[in-house]
Design a protein around this ligand. Structure first.
Ligand SMILES: C[S@@+](CC[C@H](N)C(=O)[O-])C[C@H]1O[C@@H](n2cnc3c(N)ncnc32)[C@H](O)[C@@H]1O
Length: 250
């Protein structure tokens, strides 16, 4: 939905022609109109405009190849957790799946995978990856904070690098999505930047306390460990990260 620019700039005055051309004609009507407008704008900016802008920005990054996280390989930490933990099956969901390296790997492990992202270009590449690998993944284009029907609940939810972005806007929205997507017994693995080593440029970071207090509102945190993201920076650095494994108990 496109909102005309003056509205986006917050010029409520422009909404009320009577105020512009005959200021005394209908002041009460204008106050009400202004109130309605301000409320509507606040709602729309969260529900539509902001995600659309952000989706465009992420899509541009994929278009320009500005995607240092996109190693083309499944996450070593995801594979490690699969070796060491009992991951419930068969239904898996990836939030913010990017070009699908992890979703395709999960499908190759025999899971029924649904993967969500709001970048159409990333999803197009993900579809091509799945086709090349000969696996089926249900790709969904949408906002993690307000997703379309995902068809859950899922036994396992994976997130590498999405939570640490969206929590800054709306952690409640993220938790709502997790709540809808899981049920008691579901397992969740979240990989996020670690605030002990913030780097610029680098991934957004969280503290262990933030992880525990935010995800702990919905999930039982089984463990949190440090690891380093696979991506290798030109200076040889690999970003410090958190791996948080949690279960939904109720
Ligand atoms: C750092 S990338 C990680 C991609 C993928 N998980 C990986 O490991 O390669 C973050 C991804 O989250 C997606 N994303 C960010 N905010 C989102 C939102 N609100 N809704 C859906 N996807 C989002 C971006 O488009 C991007 O693909």
């Amino acid at each position: 939905m496109r909102i005309p620019l003056p509205y986006r700039d917050g010029n409520a005055y422009d909404l009320c022609p009577t105020a512009r051309f005959a200021p005394t004609a209908a002041p009460r009507a204008c106050s009400i109109a202004r109130l309605v407008f301000v409320t509507l704008r606040a709602t729309l900016s969260h529900a539509h405009i902001r995600p659309m802008t952000q989706a465009h920005e992420w899509n541009q990054r994929y278009l320009q190849g500005d995607t240092p996280w996109d190693t083309g390989q499944p996450s070593s930490e995801l594979m490690r957790v699969f070796r060491t933990e009992a991951i419930p099956r068969p239904r898996a969901l990836e939030l913010g799946c990017g070009t699908g390296t992890n979703a395709v790997w999960l499908a190759q492990q025999g899971l029924e995978v649904t993967a969500l992202d709001f970048s159409p270009l990333a999803l197009q590449r993900a579809r091509e990856r799945a086709a090349a690998a000969g696996v089926r993944v249900r790709w969904v284009e949408g906002d993690v904070l307000c997703p379309p029907e995902l068809g859950g609940p899922f036994d396992f939810v994976f997130d590498r690098g999405c939570y640490h972005c969206v929590r800054r806007d709306n952690v409640e929205g993220y938790l709502n999505t997790l709540r809808q997507a899981t049920c008691p017994g579901s397992a969740v693995l979240v990989l996020a930047g670690n605030a002990k080593e913030p780097r610029e440029p680098g991934p957004p970071v969280v503290t262990e306390e933030e992880l525990r207090s935010e995800l702990g509102r919905l999930l039982h945190i089984v463990w949190i460990r440090e690891f380093r993201f696979d991506q290798v920076e030109p200076d040889g650095v690999r970003f410090l990260a958190w791996s948080c494994f949690a279960r939904r108990v109720e």
